[in-house]
Design a protein around this ligand. Structure first.
Ligand code: ZN
Length: 137
């Protein structure tokens, strides 16, 4: 069983592995959401109390947005290639949607690029962003 430490929670059982019949290599596939085992780990929170509840409330609001529902309906995560440092961690400052790879080295708002439902069309080079984040840690 695999796990992934998120902010304030531990998520188990995200990927499973299958053998690619063409190459014979083992490849990972994400399990459906109902297969995930999520455990709240309070000591891993980086914020606590009311700000935490505000953040969770905002995340819930974002999840209810029809644009987010439309993006999730595409099941884009099943088409993902490589996992990078900031994969699944970036949010668009305009619409709150996730970021997607544009070409080999750029990241941009997924809603703007794939659905046309966001006006934020600026992209950023992945190595530049990753280096900036690493410098902050
Ligand atoms: Zn956006």
């Amino acid at each position: 069983m695999n796990n992934e430490l998120c902010i304030g929670r531990l998520v188990w059982n995200r990927p499973h592995y299958v053998k690619d019949p063409g190459t014979g290599r083992r490849v990972s596939r994400l399990n459906p959401p109902e297969a995930l085992i999520i455990t709240e780990v309070l000591e891993h929170r980086i914020i606590e109390g009311e700000p935490w509840e505000q953040v969770k409330g905002r995340q819930w609001e974002i999840d209810q947005d029809p644009r987010i529902t439309a993006i999730k309906a595409t099941r884009f995560w099943e088409k993902k290639g490589q996992i990078h440092l900031l994969t699944d961690l970036l949010r668009c400052g305009t619409c709150g949607g996730g970021f997607a790879a544009v070409g080999r080295d750029y990241l941009a708002c997924s809603a703007a690029r794939k659905l046309g439902t966001c006006t934020q069309r600026t992209s950023i080079r992945r190595p530049v962003l990753e280096e900036a984040v690493l410098r902050l840690t």
